[in-house]
Design a protein around this ligand. Structure first.
Ligand code: FAD
Length: 263
């Protein structure tokens, strides 16, 4: 591995200053994406800025119609949190399905959303639950935040601080997981809000996206029967060694029906 400097700032301002100090800097949270990327030399930062000493970036609070989760909260902590279970049990179950125990005990919500892997799970929840992604510089609505493969609305050096998920009347996630990594071959998150239904799909395309036909069908009647036979258009979906586009298109319909049933 290439040599790099290491900083562990105690405040957001110090973290931003360390990032701006020059060279190629990278924030590190759980390290479960960044460290493999460094080992394979896909990322070669000069300075690692460890976010783990920052206060106020962990924990779960319920404020009005939103459930706020700190960026440094691990997947295991979300899966076990009583407030998450009470407000959004589907989100707790999603966290429990991420990776394996090692990944869940180190990986963080903020790391997943900053990275925006096209097969990651939380982006589907953030989009379906109309999340607000708060940062050290402001806030992003989920509808504007996800901008395709590994691309988000975050500016260079912007730090995710917490995420506010809108609490839905009913919400659930179903994924068909890759048997080795547990990433989603296809994952579908459904949420029934007071003002309509939101459905988000991960794993199937270049990035997470909303499924308008499924939302319209479920707005009429929120039941698995209402979406029976619905498949995605395969035209823009991923084809790789794990699954073809048509297979993913069909799988999305199966995951949709499962998620609705669970919700
Ligand atoms: C074997 C394995 C299996 C996995 N399976 C799954 C799975 O099933 N589902 C799934 O969704 N994910 C899966 N992951 C990914 C895992 O969830 C990671 O934890 C996650 O992608 C990154 O979070 P992290 O905290 O580890 O971030 P890091 O690796 O520390 O950082 C990732 C990126 O985000 C940036 N970053 C981190 N935190 C912030 C922040 N607060 N603000 C701004 N930028 C930030 C970093 O600079 C870096 O670019 C898997 C990973 C592994 C290694």
């Amino acid at each position: 591995m290439r040599e790099f400097a290491y900083a562990r700032p105690a405040s957001l301002a110090d973290a931003a200053a360390a990032f701006a100090a020059g060279g190629e800097a990278a924030f590190i949270a759980g390290g479960h994406t960044l460290l493999p990327a460094m080992k394979s030399r896909l990322r070669m930062p000069d300075t690692l800025i460890d976010l783990s000493a920052l206060s106020g970036l962990g924990g779960v609070t319920r404020e009005g119609d939103r459930l706020w989760i700190g960026a440094l909260t691990t997947h295991a902590a979300v899966a076990a949190d009583a407030t998450v279970h009470a407000a959004l049990p589907g989100l707790a179950r999603l966290a429990l399905q991420i990776g394996d125990p090692q990944v869940r005990n180190r990986g963080t919500l903020g790391g997943v959303l900053a990275n925006n892997d096209p097969a990651a799970d939380y982006p589907a929840a953030a989009l379906a639950l109309d999340a607000t992604i708060e940062t050290d510089r402001g806030a992003h609505a989920a509808d504007d935040y996800f901008q395709g493969m590994f691309t988000t609305a975050l500016a260079d050096g912007e730090i995710v601080t917490r995420v506010g998920f809108r609490i839905a009347a009913r919400a659930a996630y179903a994924k068909f997981r890759h048997p080795a990594s547990r990433y989603a071959l296809v994952g579908v998150f459904v949420a029934q809000h007071d003002d309509g239904v939101r459905v988000a799909v991960t794993g199937a395309g270049a990035g997470v996206f909303r499924w308008a036909e499924a939302e319209a069908a479920l707005a009429g009647e929120f039941s698995a029967a209402a979406v029976k036979g619905l498949v995605l258009d395969a035209a823009d979906l991923n084809s790789d060694i794990h699954a073809g586009a048509e297979y993913r298109a069909h799988l999305a319909g199966v995951m949709l029906a499962q998620a609705v049933g669970e919700a």
